[in-house]
Design a binder for this molecule. Structure first.
Ligand code: FAD
Ligand code: NAP
Length: 312
């Protein structure tokens, strides 16, 4: 089946929803394709404290509020996921398993997905005790022992959340200090002092072991002295950063480290290497992966599109 809209927005995270709201308010009647992760990365976050105007709101509630807000406007929202694209000619073509979409302008806001360690043993225990989402899976580990790999905001927030559920947490981090926000690190240090969290610094996960059905323990290697420690765990949480959702644009848009390069046309901050295609949010190359920035750049993309269409 075939669908045409002058403007298509890809993604239903803070960037996509905000871009949809601003372009709809300019009567552009956008079509927003949500992707499989409706509401984006934030929906799996238990508590957001740094969204202006809200304190301690769950990611699900925040994105639901934003969804209700954008429903006030003329936006076609389709729960679908794009599997490939053809940007060689305008109108651009986007393919999914359900439709062929055509459009003249696109705002890409497809965000990121959790990185994996890519150990063979990790693959063997996929869905058998390994998770990338404490909020989704934490409850399976009531009074049990878990390990978390990573030392950024996500790893430490997952540790804080799990600390109210599980008996003990091991944090395994390849550096000797965390890179999360200081306010989060302080809370983790208190839990380390109380022995709720055991911190394995300068350490990497070497192997995941189990009984074929479920993981039972992990091997950790200290990268300074090469010593190996074997610990018993019931669950393993990976929080080692994210990879940009750009595989559907490969060889078409200018990318750096898999993220989309923007500001190519200096008149439009969110312009990509193809005129008429704009990008916003976590998918954009740079170091600013925060919800408020994603929303802000969704707004900039919308303003860029409005100006671009006025100048066409
Ligand atoms: P995302 O939120 O990643 O949304 C991407 C959207 O694109 C999704 O809807 C997805 O379904 C869609 N999509 C992907 N592929 C396709 C496709 N092929 N076709 C169509 N659609 C597609 N930031 C904060 O400011 N405060 C916090 O407290 C905070 N907590 C976080 C906690 C965790 C665990 C994580 C992982 C991140 C957190 N962040 C936080 C960062 C924040 O979530 C991101 O910066 C923000 O969600 C990025 O928004 P986005 O719209 O760019 O992309
Ligand atoms: P991140 O900040 O990139 O941190 C990734 C962590 O994983 C780092 O400790 C990194 O170690 C480690 N790592 C990366 N690859 C690894 C590998 N192959 N093996 C072992 N360890 C590896 O990612 P994130 O924590 O998921 O955060 C993503 C973005 O969302 C960030 O911008 C963050 O600020 C934002 N976020 C914000 C909040 C908040 O505001 N409260 C909460 C969550 C997330 P190195 O340091 O050695 O690279």
């Amino acid at each position: 089946m075939f669908k045409y809209s002058k403007l298509i927005i890809l993604g239903s995270g803070p960037a996509g929803y905000t871009a949809a709201m601003y372009t709809a308010r300019a009567n552009l009647n956008p079509l927003l394709i949500t992707g499989n992760n409706i509401g984006g990365q934030l929906v799996n976050t238990i508590s957001i404290e740094n969204w202006p105007g809200e304190y301690n709101i769950s990611g699900y509630d925040l994105m639901n509020k934003l969804f209700k807000q954008i429903k006030q406007y003329k936006i076609s929202i389709i729960n679908d996921s794009i599997t490939s694209t053809n940007f060689n000619t305008n109108p651009f073509t986007l393919y999914s398993n359900n439709y062929i979409y055509k459009c003249n302008v696109i705002i890409i806001a497809t965000g990121t997905y959790p990185r994996r360690l890519n150990l063979i043993s990790e693959k063997n225990y996929e869905n058998k005790g390994i998770s990338t989402c404490a909020l989704c899976d934490g409850n399976f580990y009531k009074n049990k022992i878990v390990a978390i790999v990573g030392g950024g905001n996500t790893a430490l927030e997952e540790a804080l959340y799990l600390s109210n559920i599980v008996k003990k947490i091991y944090i395994i981090h390849r550096k000797n200090k965390f890179s999360a926000e200081p306010i989060i690190i302080d809370k983790i240090i208190d839990l380390i002092k109380n022995n709720k969290i055991i911190f394995y610094k300068n350490s990497i996960l070497e192997e995941v072991l189990g009984n074929n059905y479920i993981i039972t323990n992990i091997k950790i290697k200290n990268i300074l002295d090469q010593s190996i420690t074997n610990i018993n765990i019931d669950g393993l949480f990976l929080a080692i950063g994210h990879i940009a959702n750009t595989n559907i644009f490969n060889n078409q848009l200018l990318l750096k480290d898999n993220y989309i390069c923007t500001n190519i046309n200096k008149n439009y901050k969110t312009s990509t290497s193809i005129p008429g295609i704009f990008a916003a949010g976590d998918i954009v190359y740079g170091n600013y992966r925060q919800a408020i920035i994603a929303a802000g750049s969704g707004c900039i993309a919308a303003l860029d599109v409005i100006n671009y269409l006025n100048n066409c």
